[in-house]
Design a protein around this ligand. Structure first.
Ligand SMILES: [Zn+2]
Length: 235
């Protein structure tokens, strides 16, 4: 005696979906890397729904992170891991001599933060400079990265992302041709420089975890704080 097969169970459907996905990844059809969670991060890929996932993975995979940096124009030297005090020091950090642009000073930055910086320069900073100001950025000014201190330098409280070299404070830019734009002088304006700064601030939010500027508080009146850390904050 026969009977109708039971309605396919959820487990069976998931199995079929899994096989299709695996097959799609492994064999006869390749997803574009941008939509493929297994594909490594690529500098020229436009940021998309998987970019933060791929950036997050670099935190757990130091070698993959440095391989990504080697695929970019960033000039860097890996730094030995260092512990300098409670909650201070860094692992998997690099000393950046230059990025897509000249740096006013070399800077020690964790590899995941440097990876975010590379994507931000490639997909946010330079396109915004070209579109808004008609020139690329040639030089970036900053207040540095690594500092063993608490948030706002307070005696008590949480360690800053700077204490683990996971944050960079960007204070200004020099364009090709010499025009200088600073957060301190230009953020509050109504002109193209102000629009440019707001674009690069907003665009950083998808590529870093914490992004703080003059709108956040007076401590950030003269720089954009860009960090890779446990908290999502974009102000
Ligand atoms: Zn900062």
């Amino acid at each position: 005696m026969s009977r109708f097969p039971a309605a396919p169970s959820v487990a069976a459907l998931m199995l079929v979906a899994g096989l299709v996905l695996w097959h799609g990844h492994g064999r006869w059809w390749q997803w574009p890397d941008r939509h493929n969670p297994w594909a490594p991060l690529a500098l020229d890929e436009a940021p998309g729904w998987l970019t933060r996932h791929k950036l997050g993975r670099l935190t757990a995979e130091p070698q993959a992170c440095q391989a990504f940096l080697r695929s970019t124009p960033l000039q860097f030297e890996p730094q030995p891991d260092r512990v300098t005090g409670p909650g201070c020091g860094f692992t998997n950090a690099v000393r950046l001599r230059r990025t897509h642009v000249l740096l006013a000073e070399p800077v020690v930055l964790s590899c995941p933060a440097a990876a975010s910086l590379a994507l931000w320069e490639r997909h946010v900073l330079q396109p915004a400079a070209q579109a808004t100001l008609g020139q690329p950025v040639e030089r970036m000014q900053h207040f540095g990265s690594y500092a063993c201190r608490n948030v706002y330098g307070r005696a008590q409280g949480a360690r800053s992302q700077h204490a683990t070299a996971d944050a960079l404070d960007v204070s200004g830019f020099v364009l090709r041709g010499g025009r200088r734009i600073t957060v301190a002088a230009d953020w509050a304006g109504q002109d193209d420089a102000a629009r440019f700064l707001r674009q690069v601030h907003g665009g950083a939010c998808g590529l870093f975890d914490g992004v703080l500027g003059p709108a956040y508080n007076r401590a950030h009146a003269d720089h954009l704080h860009l960090d890779r850390g446990p908290y999502r904050l974009c102000r």
